[in-house]
Design a protein around this ligand. Structure first.
Ligand SMILES: C[S@@+](CC[C@H](N)C(=O)[O-])C[C@H]1O[C@@H](n2cnc3c(N)ncnc32)[C@H](O)[C@@H]1O
Length: 289
């Protein structure tokens, strides 16, 4: 299943490498859901999908509540509003009415996502969406993806929550869960929502993930860029090595192929584990630090 939204840092391409490390559990908790590619490409009985971005969570919740209404509201924008003048007009309205939620905001969010530059989702310090116009000839309208997303979310009783990661981990994890964390990368593109995600946030995330892991004895899987900083920030995790494409260049970092790591905190008690992951580990282990 393909994501509805274009999302910088989306994990679709990493899934074949990531899947073997995602442990069996009754519920997968994702504190950084973004484009939801992990939700769409896994098979857990239940999910908690969280993100700090209220527009994103409003969008998903509206899609699940009424997929056909989202399609009807967004389709005319895709048909009749693909010029820079239209784009900036909708972007200005979206910024001006940033406290609103519901169907119209969800439809415009989808329009801005597919017509804006490169799947970026960026806000200024006032909380106004400020991605530039993408100049795409005919942006794809993801009607099929909207319907499939809604169906899967309903079948799995998925809960959508708009919270910072600390609160998702504190209030939405129990012993039946596994956690997959995909935070904005260190040394890569970091500005998804209003506040950037920097060294202190990565340190806070390490603490929160470790605490959650120890409290519930749940497995934790994290993805990050393969840099010494990531290894230092998440020391205590076991690192596995892979590659992906980092499509959003950071200040000073070049666009292109970037190393990617998958880091894990496995459970202490015996649980079903993926033998696939064991094989992968043997082949791909990298002593980085
Ligand atoms: C790398 S993206 C996740 C990509 C996702 N796994 C996918 O496959 O599309 C990181 C996400 O973290 C969210 N985010 C940033 N800071 C956050 C915070 N403090 N708490 C929760 N979510 C946050 C951003 O809004 C963004 O959607």
């Amino acid at each position: 299943m393909k994501p509805i939204l274009k999302w910088a840092g989306g994990k679709s391409r990493l899934m074949p490498r990531l899947r073997p490390f995602l442990p069996a559990a009754d519920c997968l908790v994702e504190p950084f859901v973004g484009g939801a590619s992990v939700f769409l490409d896994t098979d857990y009985p239940r999910y908690v999908l969280a993100d700090i971005n209220p527009d994103l969570i409003n969008f998903y919740q509206t899609v699940v509540d009424s997929p056909e209404s989202v399609i009807q509201a967004a389709l005319p924008l895709f048909k009749h509003a693909n010029t820079s003048v239209d784009y900036f007009r909708y972007r200005t309205d979206f910024a001006q009415w940033r406290a609103t939620r519901g169907l119209n905001r969800a439809a415009v969010f989808l329009y801005l996502n597919r017509h804006g530059y490169n799947g970026l989702c960026r806000y200024n310090l006032r909380g106004e969406f400020n991605v530039s116009y993408g100049r795409y000839k005919k942006p794809y309208f993801p009607a099929a993806e909207i319907r499939l997303f809604a169906e899967k979310a309903r079948d799995t009783h998925t809960r959508f929550v708009c919270l910072p990661f600390e609160e998702t981990l504190a209030f939405h994890v129990d012993e039946r869960c596994a956690v997959y964390a995909d935070p904005p990368y260190l040394d890569c593109f970091t500005g998804y929502y209003i506040a950037p995600f920097q060294d202190e946030e990565h340190q806070a995330l390490t603490d929160a993930l470790t605490e959650t892991h120890l409290r519930w004895d749940v497995p934790v899987v994290l993805s990050g860029s393969n840099t010494p900083k990531t290894h230092a920030a998440y020391r205590g995790f076991t690192f596995h090595y892979t590659h992906t494409h980092c499509s959003s260049a950071a200040k000073g970092a070049s666009r292109g192929k970037a190393g990617e790591v998958i880091a894990t905190l496995p459970v202490r008690q015996s649980r079903p584990s993926t033998s696939e992951a064991d094989g992968f580990l043997m082949d791909e282990w990298l002593e980085f630090v």
